[in-house]
Design a protein around this ligand. Structure first.
Ligand code: GLY
Length: 356
């Protein structure tokens, strides 16, 4: 078992272990005074894991209303958010009760946002069931929903009471979902931890509990120092300025992990062309993305990507902060004028006739 403390305004622990679903009731009972544990999940996750969690919560006497979403980013919308709030009200949850997010990033984000805003804030617990949610989305309190104009454009930062990560579940993930999570692990390695980056080269001959623990520790340290993303937390957005734009442009047909993979490749190629890093850094990144079968090219133009990227939250007035690797494991933050973004992205695109 690995336990990692997150020292934000509300402190909490991330527990990583096998078969945690069977013990979740006891953990949550120790944290919460109330009698209702509402569960938010999606149809796929519910068929696989809900029964075990229900059993464990019932053992501790919790009432367990269940709110089930369709899978996929399209569910992370304002309509479902309001329906979830109505559901919590119909089941008379009070501020001493708890909401449990059982699922991936979509379930975690919408649940966190509902928990943050219902009755001006009630406790919630994250139980990630995808690798991406385990290493990134479930920790740090970012919560929200998407609107037409972009991803997570309504949202807040509101910390969970605990994150319970059952790493046995992650072993059974379909390859594409596993690869999505690997993109976020490669992100941590590329900007903050060369050893982690190199460890991923040995995948799948690696201990996933160790790797998840290492990513969560990196994230816990960063969000503990900068909960509200006024400084260092921005580093975690490496690959996300372009990545979020690509998700939006593809109408979310390109998943978050794969869009971040393309984003990392474009942002690093731009960094190389601007002299921020050398070509070896870019080549090493591409080689690892390629090893995982992750994408690193796009058919969208620099103009399309920059227009979509400027809808994102990373813009401040006429400036945008970009994250580049100086070398694998070392990040740098650079402010750019928004009028220059298209040109920077264009530097990162592989032109016809060029090699990746
Ligand atoms: N996903 C990046 C962050 O939570 O800051």
């Amino acid at each position: 078992m690995t336990t990692i403390s997150v020292k934000t305004s509300t402190e909490y622990e991330v527990i990583i272990d096998v078969d945690l679903h069977d013990r979740a009731g006891a953990y949550i009972h120790a944290l919460i005074d109330g009698e209702i544990a509402a569960i938010v999940t999606d149809r796929v996750v519910s068929a696989l894991y809900l029964d075990r969690l229900l059993k464990s919560l019932h053992k501790k006497g919790f009432e367990t209303p269940v709110f089930t979403l369709d899978g996929g980013e399209a569910s992370k919308n304002a309509y479902n958010y309001i329906s979830l709030i109505e559901f919590l009200a119909d089941h008379k949850l009070s501020r001493s009760d708890v909401v449990i997010a059982l699922g991936g990033g979509v379930v975690g984000d919408i649940t966190g946002f509902a928990a943050a805003t219902y009755l001006r804030g009630i406790p919630y617990v994250q139980m990630p069931t995808t690798l991406l949610a385990a290493v990134d989305a479930s920790v740090g309190g970012k919560a929200g929903v998407d609107i037409e104009a972009g991803k997570n454009l309504i949202g807040t930062i509101y910390q969970p009471r605990a994150v319970l990560c059952d790493c046995a579940l992650l072993e059974a993930l379909p390859p594409s979902i596993l690869t999505d999570g690997c993109a976020e692990i490669i992100k941590y390695g590329a900007i903050l931890d060369r050893e982690l980056f190199c460890a991923m080269k040995a995948f799948p001959r690696i201990n996933m509990e160790d790797i998840i623990g290492r990513c969560v520790q990196i994230k816990a340290d960063i969000v503990s120092a900068d909960e509200y993303e006024t400084g260092r937390r921005k580093i975690l957005n490496f690959g996300h300025t372009v990545g979020h734009a690509i998700e939006l442009l593809s109408n979310y047909h390109i998943s978050h992990g794969k869009a971040v993979s393309i984003g990392m490749a474009i942002e690093t190629r731009a960094a190389w062309k601007m002299g921020v890093c050398d070509q070896a850094c870019y080549d090493e990144l591409i080689e690892l993305l390629h090893q995982f079968g992750l994408p690193y090219r796009t058919g969208f133009s620099a103009g399309e990507i920059s227009r979509a990227a400027l809808m994102d939250k990373k813009r401040k007035g006429d400036k945008i902060t970009l994250v580049f690797p100086e070398k694998i494991g070392t990040p740098t933050l650079r402010k750019a004028d928004v009028v220059d973004l298209e040109e920077i992205i264009d530097l990162g695109l592989v032109k016809s006739g060029e090699n990746a």
